[in-house]
Design a protein around this ligand. Structure first.
Ligand SMILES: Nc1ncnc2c1ncn2[C@@H]1O[C@H](COP(=O)(O)OP(=O)(O)OP(=O)(O)O)[C@@H](O)[C@H]1O
Ligand SMILES: [Mg+2]
Length: 299
C-alpha cells in the first residue's frame, strides 16, 4: 500500500506560473522520503496540494488509497503537516494549541486532552503545557508544531523544511525524533535544502527542478552516483606536499589538508603515503558533501 500516490500532477497558478509539471510520485507506507529542490522548484506547492491548501490544475492524488477529490476528509485525517513557518497563536497555552487542533479533526475534548498529553510528553514539552507559546524557545516552538501535527495520530507526517534556520544541536535532536517516529510506523515526507539531512535520515528521495522530478531513487543509489569523495585530513604540522603531489592535495591551513579520491582509489594508500612523507595524522573524515555535488550537477 502506498501512503502517497501522485499521478500526472500539474499546477499552474493564476499568474501563469507552472509550478508543478507532470509529477508522478509514490511514497510507500513506512517510507522516509525527501523532496529536494532549489528555491521555487515546486516543493511547497506539491505539499499544499496534498493537504488541500492549493487546488491542483490536473492529475490525481491519493493518500492511503483515498482520492483527495472524492474522499478529501478521509485523506486529510491521515495527514499531519508541519508548515515551515510558526503559525500557532503565540498567546495561547501550549496544551491548548495542541488539544484545539485535535478538535478540528472531530476528536472529542476528553480524547483531545489525552492525545495532547501523549504528544507533548513525546516531544518533551509536557512541563511547558501551561506556558504561553510565545515564551518557548525557537526549538521548543518547532517541537510544538510537530506535536500539533501528530495529535490526531496521522499515518503520514509531512514536514516542509523542518530544520530551516534551526541550529545544529536542535537539528540532530529533530533527526533522532523523526527517525523514532518513522521506526514506529509513521510514513514521513519532508522537503529540505540540506543534503546531509537526506543522507542521515531518508530512504528515498526525489529531486525536483522547475516543477519536474528529474531524479527519483533510493538515497543509497544516489550516493553511488557520486564518484569522488573529499577527505579532510588533520595533521600535527604541515610538511612538504612534494611527495604526495599525485593526489593533488589542497592545503587548507597549517594543520589541514583536503584530498579528492576517486571511488576506486584507496584511502589507506593515501594515508600510508602521507605517513611516509613525515605527516603526523590526527584525524581523517569525509567532507560529507557528496550528494551536494550530485545535486548541483543536476540543477
Ligand atoms: N500563490 C502563488 N501564486 C503564484 N505563484 C506561486 C504561488 N506560490 C508559489 N508560486 C510559484 O510557484 C513556483 C514554485 O513555488 P514553491 O513555493 O512550490 O517552491 P519551493 O520548491 O517550495 O521553494 P522554496 O525552497 O523556496 O520553499 C515558484 O515559481 C513560485 O514563485
Ligand atoms: Mg517551499
Amino acid at each position: 500500500m502506498n501512503a502517497i500516490e501522485i499521478k500526472n500532477l500539474f499546477k499552474t497558478y493564476k499568474n501563469g506560473t507552472e509550478a508543478v509539471r507532470d509529477v508522478n510520485l509514490m511514497v510507500a507506507k513506512g517510507d522516509f522520503f525527501a523532496l529536494l529542490g532549489a528555491n521555487g522548484a515546486g516543493k511547497t506547492t506539491i505539499i499544499s496540494i496534498l493537504i488541500g491548501l492549493v487546488n491542483k490544475t490536473s492529475g490525481a492524488v491519493k493518500i492511503f488509497g483515498h482520492d483527495i477529490d472524492t474522499e478529501f476528509d478521509k485523506a486529510k485525517r491521515l495527514i499531519g503537516v508541519v508548515p515551515q513557518e510558526f503559525n500557532f497563536n503565540m498567546f495561547e497555552k501550549v496544551q491548548d494549541i495542541v488539544a484545539t487542533q485535535a478538535g478540528f479533526f472531530g476528536i472529542d475534548r476528553a480524547n483531545a486532552v489525552n492525545n495532547s498529553e501523549e504528544v507533548l510528553k513525546k516531544v518533551g514539552l509536557w512541563e511547558k503545557r501551561i506556558s504561553m507559546a510565545r515564551t518557548l524557545s525557537g526549538g521548543m516552538k518547532r517541537r510544538l508544531m510537530i506535536a500539533r501535527a501528530l495529535v490526531h495520530k496521522p499515518k503520514v507526517l509531512i514536514l516542509d523544511e523542518p530544520t530551516a534556520g534551526v541550529d545544529v544541536q536542535l537539528r540532530f535532536g529533530m533527526w533522532d525524533y523523526l527517525r523514532e517516529l518513522n521506526a514506529k510506523g509513521v510514513t514521513i515526507l519532508l522537503t529540505t535544502h540540506y543534503l546531509e539531512e537526506v543522507q542521515q535520515m531518508c530512504r528515498n528521495a526525489a529531486i525536483i527542478k522547475e516543477g519536474n522530478i528529474i531524479c527519483l531513487d533510493s538515497v543509497r543509489n544516489l550516493n553511488k552516483l557520486i564518484t569522488q569523495e573529499t577527505y579532510v585530513i588533520a595533521v600535527k604540522k604541515m610538511q612538504s606536499l612534494s611527495g604526495i603531489e599525485v593526489y593533488k592535495p589542497i592545503k587548507v591551513d597549517e594543520y589541514t589538508l583536503e584530498v579528492d579520491l576517486n571511488r576506486d582509489e584507496q584511502l589507506n594508500g593515501l594515508l600510508i603515503k602521507l605517513i611516509n612523507n613525515g605527516f603526523d595524522i590526527t584525524d581523517v573524515h569525509p567532507k560529507g558533501q557528496r550528494l551536494e555535488r550530485l545535486f548541483l550537477s543536476l540543477l
